[in-house]
Ligand binder design. Structure first.
Ligand code: 5GP
Ligand code: MG
Length: 176
């Protein structure tokens, strides 16, 4: 991918923020929570977050859900479907739903409703990034890493057309 990426948050800044989030989450969620990470974008964040939670005494079960939302490389258009579903039951459980970024709110709204409809007792939401002013559906994240300006960001799990997920930091891709 021959585009330039401008750094927004360094590895160190992300690591520090993830530790602080884990501290907040560990204080307000039970040790035996279920963590549901939305793929693919949240896999790096989730991997760091669950280990930071372990260090604070959490002993969660981890599950994944892959959603598909249709659109271009940098803009989603609305329809959300399940591409790969959970493998365990969430019935009666306290769930921490983890996503990379909250933008229109469509993905998280869909995932939240899906978990509630399957009997989750309570669902809290943790996102690494939040873009304010872009919400199409009212969704509140309980734990937010960074509130970012309205740029398209990549790295630390987030992609541009499938690329840049491996970048250790978060950067901005210039608008196409
Ligand atoms: P929402 O459903 O809230 O509109 O968007 C959430 C999903 O859109 C994220 O999980 C992510 O996959 C994608 N997304 C939204 N903004 C960005 C961005 O700035 N960069 C990247 N790489 N993905 C984004
Ligand atoms: Mg994506």
């Amino acid at each position: 991918m021959d585009v330039s990426v401008t750094a927004l948050y360094s590895e160190d800044a992300i690591a520090e923020r993830v530790e602080a989030l884990a501290e907040e989450i560990a204080r307000s969620m039970p040790k035996d929570m279920v963590i549901v990470a939305l793929l693919k974008g949240s896999f790096v964040f989730a991997a760091d977050l669950i280990r930071a939670l372990h260090r604070r005494g959490a002993r969660p079960q981890i599950d994944f859900m892959t959603l598909a939302s249709y659109g271009s490389a940098t803009e989603s258009c609305g329809a959300v479907t399940v591409f790969r579903d959970l493998s365990e039951s969430v019935e009666g459980r306290e769930v921490l739903l983890v996503d990379d970024i909250l933008e229109s709110g469509r993905s998280l709204d869909f995932a939240l409703k899906s978990l509630i409809s399957r009997g989750a007792k309570e669902v809290r939401v943790a996102v690494l990034l939040e873009k304010p002013g872009k919400r199409k559906i009212e969704v509140k994240a309980d734990f937010v890493g960074f509130v970012i300006p309205d740029h398209f960001v990549v790295g630390y799990g987030l992609d541009y057309a499938g690329y840049w997920r491996e970048l250790p930091y978060i950067g901005i891709v210039p608008a196409p």
